[in-house]
Design a protein around this ligand. Structure first.
Ligand SMILES: [Zn+2]
Length: 426
């Protein structure tokens, strides 16, 4: 018996598009076809909408444990569900860091308790993300962790990174790198360029990112290990990854909405909401990120959702922490700002990131037997970003007041509607 029927949408997945109803029972898709009989099922209207595999975010900061005043796994999961995400990869820069089986278990349990989105912790590459000693990756991998990163920091030491790549290859997991050579970025608060000179704010050169991208491409070649580049922000990085892929190396990359929608000129307001790491770059970099998304150099759009409590973020620019919200605006920003077909945008937000993170239950084709992790998107709906109406516990969105096109109408997690008509159900 059908529990749930998504009626009359454009069903769009990696295999293409067709107009169909989607019937769900016991958490799985049971039938895809026209004019399906709902019986006693809950019917969600999808007319005029796209029915897609749920979105997958490779880069979410949920802040729990340790910084619950900024976000909790529950509030972040709610933001994710409202943004159309059925799975997020939680970054390990919590307090304590996710660098042991115990913290992995804690994050998984809190995610299951919230029940709004699958929360997959990433594990730290090094103990305490301190960059000195490899973390017990095997014990975390045994609990299902598939992505390891010291995000917030890059692994500075080449020898350690080489060993981590060799270790990861043996475990069948992927390393993700926050590319930042700290000896070059230290003391910087924005992109080093015309605006940093004009504003008198110390800069972070593009080379601080690009040097680590090129180093890790070389280490991937040396070890055969898989590497995923996080939040690429410069034209040079995009070109390096393009060449590495052309050479057949096992590299993938993500970019964030703020790096294809905003530039360093925003910092002229001195508003710390525009402070992020890697920093907002130039028009040329924005164009290169867009080109990389269009030609397949960049595999995924990731949010780098980074909530900060108002009292910490509203500090002078050089004292404020880095980061901005992303989960509830990512899809709409992509639909509004990228000149790509919706199928290409969904590839970047769903099945390609699902493949990188090794999440078999997400991003797959909408066919009978698959887990019913789905989102229903109204691609024409317009809405205005209001920081006080976001589900995140924090308010640090740089898009306040912006009108965006494209909205998530419903999100279904393992057959349960967790968002109906853009309202969270729990
Ligand atoms: Zn990062």
């Amino acid at each position: 018996m059908t529990d749930l029927l998504l009626r009359g949408g454009r069903v769009l997945d990696a295999n293409g598009e067709r107009l169909a109803d989607v019937a769900v029972a016991d958490g799985r898709i049971v039938e895809v076809g026209t004019d399906l009989d709902p019986g006693g099922a809950t019917v969600l209207d999808a007319a005029g909408c796209v029915v897609a595999p749920g979105l997958v975010d490779l880069h979410t900061h949920l802040r729990e444990p340790g910084r619950e005043e900024a976000e909790t796994i529950e509030t972040g999961s709610r933001a994710a569900a409202l943004g159309g995400f059925t799975a997020v990869v939680a970054m390990p820069n919590t307090e304590p860091a996710i660098d042991s089986a115990g913290v992995v278990r804690q994050v998984v349990e809190l995610g299951e308790a919230a029940g709004l989105c699958d929360v997959h912790p990433s594990g730290a590459i090094t103990v305490g993300r301190a960059g000195e000693q490899l973390a017990p990756m095997a014990e975390m991998a045994a609990l299902g962790v598939r992505l390891f990163t010291d995000d917030g920091r890059g692994v500075q030491n080449e020898r350690l990174m080489r060993r981590a790549l060799e270790y990861a290859a043996g475990l069948g997991v992927t390393l993700a790198q926050h590319c930042e050579v700290e000896t070059l970025s230290a003391g910087g608060h924005m992109h080093e360029g015309s605006w940093s000179s004009r504003l008198g704010i110390p800069g972070i050169p593009a080379e601080a990112e690009e040097l680590m991208v090129v180093r890790d491409i070389m280490l991937s070649r040396l070890t055969g290990g898989r590497i995923h580049f996080q939040h690429l922000s410069t034209a040079g990085s995009v070109e390096l990854v393009r060449r590495a892929k052309a050479a057949g190396l096992a590299v993938t990359a993500e970019a964030c909405p703020h790096h294809f929608t905003l530039t360093h000129a925003e910092v002229a307001s001195y508003d710390p909401v525009f402070k992020v790491n890697p920093p907002l770059r130039t028009d040329v970099d924005v164009a290169a990120i867009k080109a990389g998304l269009a030609d397949g150099t960049i595999d995924a759009i990731a949010t780098d959702h980074a909530p900060h409590a108002q009292e910490t973020k509203e500090a002078p620019f050089d004292e404020a922490p880095c980061g901005m919200l992303g989960l509830e605006t990512a899809l709409a920003l992509a639909l509004t700002e990228l000149d790509l077909a919706i199928g290409q945008i969904l590839a970047l937000l769903s099945w390609q990131p699902a493949a990188i993170a090794g999440l078999a239950d997400h991003g797959g084709p909408i066919v009978p037997g698959r887990p019913a992790n789905l989102c229903v998107i109204d691609p024409e709906a317009t809405w205005v970003v209001d920081p006080y109406r976001l589900a995140s516990r924090s308010r640090n969105t740089p898009y306040a007041g912006r009108t965006l096109t494209g909205r998530v109408r419903h999100t279904v997690l393992r057959g349960t509607p967790v968002v109906i008509d853009a309202e969270a159900q729990r």
